[in-house]
Design a protein around this ligand. Structure first.
Ligand code: HEC
Length: 145
């Protein structure tokens, strides 16, 4: 995986991580945003290790993947009720095909669970970030503004 595409993937996934929360009034929307932000924070940990910004730590990388898996497992329940807020970036298509939304969340969970067992050496990180990032993008592309 080339450096540029890896960084582009990460950038797309993490866009808006810090800003979007301000002024959200609907608690259910806030909760699902918090879940996404937690996933993004773990992705940042993995991404910084993959780029060599922080030292490689296999246990910390596996723990980040395990945390992503746990949050992904909670994602469908957090989104199940059709809640809205002026600050939300969720598209109505989520509730037109909630089975597909759930499948995309399950895909992230499965990949993250696997990585929580499999990451051993530094070279495992880039493909890990790419695989995880692909699932963020495939869901955001359809279901996030
Ligand atoms: C199953 C679909 C799905 C998957 C998979 C997914 N997201 Fe999201 N994400 C969403 C939706 C929908 C929103 C918009 C929620 C809202 O604004 O109400 C969102 C919002 C976000 C936000 C903005 C949160 C905020 O505070 O407003 C970030 C950051 C984010 N996702 C990161 C990620 C990362 C990183 C991954 C992959 C590791 C990922 N997401 C995987 C559906 C998904």
């Amino acid at each position: 995986m080339r450096q540029t595409s890896l960084l582009a993937t990460l950038g797309l996934c993490l866009a808006g991580a810090a800003l979007a929360h301000t002024g959200v009034k609907n608690a259910a929307v806030m909760a699902r945003m918090n879940g996404m932000s937690a996933i993004a924070a773990e992705m940042k940990t993995l991404g910084e290790m993959a780029k060599g910004k922080t030292p490689f730590d296999a246990a910390a990388a596996r723990a980040a993947a395990a945390s992503i898996a746990r949050h992904a497992a909670e994602t469908p329940a957090l989104f199940e009720a059709e809640e809205d807020d002026p600050k939300s970036e969720a598209k109505p298509e989520i509730w037109q095909d909630f089975a597909d939304f759930t499948a995309k969340s399950n895909e992230l969970e499965t990949i993250a669970e696997g990585l929580a067992e499999s990451i051993q050496v530094e070279a495992d990180l880039r493909p890990a970030v790419a695989a995880l990032g692909g699932t963020c993008q495939s869901c955001h592309k359809l279901y996030r503004e």
